[in-house]
Design a protein around this ligand. Structure first.
Ligand code: UD1
Length: 341
């Protein structure tokens, strides 16, 4: 597969620091690196992550991503040449109630990390960003050129962090930064080495898996009167392992070409409705999902689907875009998690 952006050969990738590597997406990215034999250092304060999700092959360090002295020490000790920055707060609701927490953890901590990276000559920094920077979305599908117009402090905290990193790159041309904007991340490692383990689940697929495994009585469908083909919300669900692979490609793109700043959407460019997601889970499990109809959830857009250049720019080749495979992995992981207590 060819890519528009130049890519560093995979074999030349340096050791990588993964902040938030004890979390859902970070642990899958750490797996993608370790599976390639790349030295991987996970830095996580375990405030929301779980030590059990850190892959056995990774070096684990407990601490904050924005602890500049600690990060500089780790860069020196392990010869870190690139950073994947996943550590962040991610709940829209919490960000509205406690915006200071979001600006401190998502913006200020990112600055500390970036300053350490700059001081030590790290060549690549990839910041987890989100489709929430587009607010309610100014187009279907949503392209990277859509206006950045968040509607909550979570979205703003990521938009500020992106902007800050763009300015740092402009002033320090040896660093390249990429800000992948995630759509709805779902699924689990196909070998079930990692998956979603939220303390307070609120995502559709995770909640539906909780119903199927008897941990929750029923699912509420947030609105059947949306302007969509079946009246329920439509999202671009992207498999977490495909997302992890895209991060390896982003590291290679950043390291091949210093002084670049990239923002790109990570989604498949196709939507699935709430009813389609539930039907896929019912097919895969052979069980019915108890559900009730409820009102629309405040702040939900009707449709959120990516127009993404990631395939062309990076040569990204998603392997798990099939909805049944994605929800199947999520359910298998949830069952395994329950068995293991
Ligand atoms: C998720 C994130 C959001 C992020 C966005 C894009 C949350 C809660 N949402 O959005 O922060 O900006 O991805 O990256 O973290 N639904 C139900 N019943 C439920 C739960 C959900 O009907 O019990 C519906 C929703 O109305 C929506 C769809 O399922 O149409 C997906 O919802 P969800 O999984 O919560 O993700 P998003 O809110 O789309």
């Amino acid at each position: 597969m060819t890519s528009i952006l130049p890519l560093l050969p995979e074999a030349d990738l340096p050791p990588v620091l993964v902040t938030g590597g004890a979390g859902y997406i970070g642990s899958h990215a750490a797996l993608a690196l370790i599976d390639r034999g790349i030295r991987t250092v996970v830095l996580d304060d375990l405030s929301t992550g779980s030590r059990a999700l850190v892959p056995p092959g990774a070096i684990f360090v407990a601490g904050r991503a924005g602890d500049r002295a600690l990060v500089e020490e780790l860069i020196g000790e392990h010869g870190i040449g690139a950073i994947l920055h996943f550590a962040a707060r991610i709940s829209v609701e919490e960000s509205v109630a406690n915006p200071a927490l979001y600006y401190r953890e998502n913006v200020a901590e990112t600055l500390g990390l970036a300053e350490a990276a700059l001081a030590r000559g790290v060549g690549a920094l990839v910041l987890s960003s989100t489709a929430a920077v587009y607010g309610n979305g100014a187009g279907v599908p949503l392209a990277e050129v859509a206006p950045v117009a968040p509607i909550n402090p979570y979205g703003w905290s990521k938009a500020f962090a992106e902007r800050m990193l763009a300015d740092l790159v402009a002033a320090n041309r040896h660093l390249s930064v990429a800000c992948p904007r995630y759509f709805n991340v779902a699924g689990a490692d196909p070998a079930l080495r990692a998956g979603q383990a939220s303390r307070h689940p609120h995502h559709l697929i995770e909640l539906a898996c909780h119903v199927l495994t008897g941990q929750r009585e029923r699912l509420t469908i947030f609105g059947r009167d949306w302007p969509t083909p079946d009246g329920t919300g439509v999202r671009d669900y992207v498999h977490v392992s495909d997302l992890a692979e895209a991060h390896v490609l982003l590291l290679r793109a950043c390291l091949a070409d210093p002084g670049q700043f990239h923002c790109l959407n990570l989604g498949y460019g196709r939507g699935a409705s709430v009813l389609e997601v539930l039907a896929a889970l019912e097919r895969v499990s052979g069980q019915a999902i108890a559900r009730v109809d409820g009102p629309r959830r405040a702040g939900d857009p009707a449709v959120l689907v990516a127009a993404s250049n990631a395939r062309a720019l990076l040569g990204w080749q998603p392997r798990f875009a099939d909805l049944d495979a994605m929800v199947g992995h999520a359910l298998a992981w949830e069952r395994k998690r329950l068995e293991q207590g």
